[in-house]
Design a binder for this molecule. Structure first.
Ligand SMILES: [Mg+2]
Length: 219
């Protein structure tokens, strides 16, 4: 039985083109500053590396993991992106998402688990007006571990006091969110954005069999 639902944040609780662009621009800015090169050169290097990593893994690679491949410390990247943009300038309350989470919270522990840093995560949760809905919010700063490392998933389950088999992991990236969650025994639900969470809520509250009902979203 699913007792806890863990949500990825970026691309899952919101999907926003402006923020995607800000993340990209912040990544170019960070590599340019770190390697003392032009923004244009940094953009080419990052996008070439993303293409290489995608060809290898078969999946698009987040900027955080791309910068890590250039040996940029995660803390440096987070410091730069915190200063570079504020998600509150681009996000606002999602009434349907909030209503869905309020319903799910009645019967499940809810958590967020993101590779983002604590400050940007707090800004996003505030902008979406989801404060107080999550029992736990795990960011990179919680354990200084990034998804897809299995340890991040295991520690989150331990802190929630719940066995992995009783957790449902909801995320937008198979290789970063869902594959590792499944590997440690969690159930998984693939979304393209918050719109799919509205559907998930009705499936779970209807006590329908999740794999059958949400088959198109389950891998
Ligand atoms: Mg995501």
């Amino acid at each position: 039985m699913i007792k806890a639902i863990i949500f990825d944040m970026d691309g899952t609780l919101y999907a926003n083109t402006d923020i995607r662009k800000q993340f990209a621009a912040a990544a170019y800015h960070t590599l340019a500053k770190f390697d003392n090169i032009s923004i244009d050169r940094a953009r080419v290097m990052i996008e070439e590396r993303r293409a290489e990593l995608k060809a290898k893994s078969g999946f698009p690679v987040p900027y955080t993991l791309t910068l890590k491949s250039f040996n940029i410390p995660i803390k440096v990247w987070h410091k730069e992106n915190i200063a570079f943009f504020d998600p509150r300038d681009f996000l606002h309350k999602d009434e349907k998402l909030k209503a869905s989470l309020v319903k799910l919270k009645k019967n499940h522990r809810l958590a967020v688990m993101t590779n983002n840093n604590r400050i940007q995560t707090e800004r996003v949760i505030e902008a979406l007006e989801l404060d107080g809905l999550f029992d736990r919010i795990f960011t990179f700063n919680s354990f200084e571990i990034l998804k897809p490392e299995l340890e991040f998933f295991k520690k989150a389950a331990v802190e929630l006091g719940i066995e992995p088999k009783d957790c449902l992991y909801v995320g937008d990236r198979y290789d970063v969110d869902l594959q590792p969650a499944q590997e440690i025994g969690m159930q998984i639900f693939k979304v393209e954005g918050p719109g799919d969470i509205y559907d998930m809520t009705s499936i779970m509250l209807g006590h329908m069999d999740l794999p059958a009902a949400g088959a198109q979203n389950l891998i």
